[in-house]
Structures are given as C-alpha cells and as structure tokens.
Design a protein around this ligand. Structure first.
Ligand code: UD1
Length: 334
C-alpha cells in the first residue's frame, strides 16, 4: 500500500515528487486547493505515470475535509508542500502567509496526531539561514531572523515540528529549485509576473517579457551579482523519496533538518550566460538596482544529505536550463 499524503501535490515541487513516488512504488494521495496551479496538472501526471491518481480538492486549513481523507486512506507518511511561497507578497500581506502556512501546518499536524500518523517530510528553505556568515552553509549554522514573513513561516514551521515529539520529521531545506520534468509535461507555472529568476529568463526568451533586470551588480561576488545554489527539481523530488526511506529506517528519529542543494554557488550572470549558451538564445537583459531583501550569497554544504539520505544531485546546470526552456516552449502549445 504505502500511501503517502502529498499536500500541494499539484504544485511545482509537489507534482515532480508525485512522479518519483510512483516510480518507487508508493501510492500518492494528493490534496491541493489549486490556489497556485491548475487541475490540468493532474491529467498530465496521470499521463506521465500511466496511473490513475487519488486527488482531493481540499484546503489545508479545512480540518474536517482533511480528517475524511485520513479516514478513507491509511496514510503511512505525509509530504507537506501546501504553502504560499512568494517572498514579496508575504511582505505586503503577512497574515495571508501566517494564516495559510502556519494554520495549515497546525491543522495537518493535529489531524495526523488524531489519526496516529507520525511521519512527515516538510518543505523548508535555505531562507531560514538569512544572510549566512559563510557559505557553503551547513545545518548547524544559526538561523537568523528571516528577511520576510514567508521565511518566518518556514522557521516557525520547523519550530512547531521540533516541539511535536510524537512526530518523526525530516525538514528539507531547499536551495533554489529550477528545471522541469524531461517530458515537458510538468514544470513551474508562475501565475502573473514571475518573481523568480529562471521563469523570468524563460518568459523573456519567449517574448512574454520584454527584458530581464539583473538585481544588482555591486555585490561582493566575483562578477558583482548574487550567488545561489540552483538545484534541479527532479533531483529535489528524489530527495523526498529518500527522506521517506530515512524515516522508515529510523523510527526513533524525532526531527532532522537536511540541506538539499548541489553545493555549487552560481551568480545571476553565470545563469544567464549558461542559459544563452545551452539553448542558443540571446537574452535581452540589463543591470538594475538591488532587490530589497535579497541575500548576497548562499550555497549549500550538502554533505549531510549524502550521509543521512544517500542523496546527492545528479543533474547539472545544462539539464536544468534546457528543461526549463523546453517547458516554456511547451506552454505555447497549451
Ligand atoms: C527566495 C528564497 C527561497 C525561496 C524563494 C521563493 C532566499 C535566499 N531564497 O529565493 O528560499 O524559496 O525565494 O520564491 O531567500 N533575480 C534577478 N532578476 C529577476 C529575478 C531574480 O536578478 O528578475 C536574482 C535575484 O536577485 C537573486 C537570484 O536572481 O539573486 C535568484 O532569485 P529568485 O529566483 O527570486 O530566488 P531567491 O530570491 O534566491
């Protein structure tokens, strides 16, 4: 059986994780309220996996509806993706984030407790480190006050999970997920103007946006632009499957945080130049002012993921940027 409840299972990372779960003989039970995705993703997942999927249109804050899913299916573990994630919007509308991300987590955890389900993989973020004192950053680094309410919901979420001693939690701190499934049937679907770098690049290359602005070139980095650790979403999805194995093999585990990144820091200009080269496209971009709240540089020490999960990134930057572009091209034909 091995039923895994996947909250937010039709979102960007959730959908790629559903594919990896099925590959590994799990049965995903998807809940998603379609607040930041489309129903069509379900059909696309069914086509990639050649499987009829269990799906419920449920809001994570709806405890009654959630309980019904736990009654209907014997859930072995939960992978919790359902949350809002736009940093800028969280500054404008903090309560939207605290209500959805924190109340949603609390509702989920109390439903798990009532139903005697203790295993959970949590979507956390490198944003919990704030601007780290040094990179690569490992899991023992102090978490600093996050730059946004979004970041604080991840910090508070980790605190709640750590306090709930009935749980066996793995909290995965993602660095910057990019790329798309090689089938080009699923990928990131930003609604409106993208905030993140790679969707903005692909939309600019496709002519949907006129020009990409590089946010700042006066940082203390080799070319003056910010450094991040970009990780292929398919590798990231695989880390969730390995986290489930870890939980199963370590039933006494209470709370473990694990970085998920490649360990390579790349500048914004390196991403742009590689995108142009591997896809043979000229990108219209210019240098603009810094974006408030941006961290100068952060990349992962990913050695704990290798040690504890037996996981390390397999896919390189070319695969990330080619799949992102192919996904963008496929959207034209939707
Ligand atoms: C941030 C968070 C991450 C969170 C994500 C969700 C940090 C370190 N990371 O990622 O945890 O999950 O938001 O949205 O806080 N850039 C441009 N032009 C653009 C867009 C971006 O130059 O049009 C630059 C940014 O300044 C940054 C890099 O590209 O240096 C990556 O930006 P983005 O993709 O938005 O991700 P983060 O801000 O790193």
């Amino acid at each position: 059986m091995r039923n895994i409840l996947v909250t937010g299972g039709l979102g960007y990372i959730g959908s790629h994780t559903v594919v990896e779960l099925i590959k590994n003989n799990y049965t995903p039970i998807i809940i998603d309220n379609l607040s930041n995705t489309e129903f069509e993703v379900l059909e696309r997942l069914e086509s990639i996996t050649n499987t009829k999927l269990n799906y419920y249109n449920i809001d994570i804050c709806n405890g009654k509806a959630l309980s019904e899913v736990f009654t209907k299916h014997q859930i072995e573990a939960v992978i919790h993706f359902a949350a809002f994630k736009a940093v800028g919007e969280s500054v404008e509308q903090p309560l939207k984030y605290y209500i959805n991300n924190i109340n949603g987590l609390n509702t989920l955890l109390s439903t798990m407790e009532t139903n005697n389900v203790k295993n959970i993989v949590f979507s956390s973020s490198c944003t919990v480190y704030g601007e780290p004192d040094s990179s690569p950053v490992n899991e023992t680094a102090a978490t600093k006050r996050a730059n946004s309410p979004y970041g604080r919901t991840k910090q508070i979420g980790e605190d709640i999970l750590q306090d709930c001693k009935f749980l066996n939690t793995v909290s995965l701190r993602y660095f910057n997920p990019i790329g798309a499934h090689p089938s080009s049937k699923i990928g990131e679907l930003p609604l409106g103007i993208p905030n993140n770098l790679v969707p903005f690049i692909t939309q600019t290359a496709a002519g949907i946006r006129e020009k990409l602005t590089v946010f700042g070139s006066d940082y203390n980095t080799k070319d003056g632009t910010c450094i991040r650790d970009y990780i292929h979403v398919v590798d990231l999805a695989d880390a969730h499957v390995k986290a489930l194995t870890f939980i199963k093999e370590n039933p006494e585990n209470k709370f473990e945080v694990i970085n998920i990144g490649t360990g390579n820091g790349l500048t914004v200009l390196e991403i742009i130049n590689t995108f142009e080269k591997v896809n043979n496209i000229k990108l219209n971009y210019s240098i603009g002012p810094r974006r408030p709240g941006d961290v100068e540089k952060v990349w992962a020490d990913a050695s704990k993921a290798k040690l504890k999960l037996g996981w390390e990134a397999q896919l390189d930057l070319t695969e990330m940027l080619v799949s992102s572009w192919n996904w963008q091209l496929s959207l034209k034909n939707k």
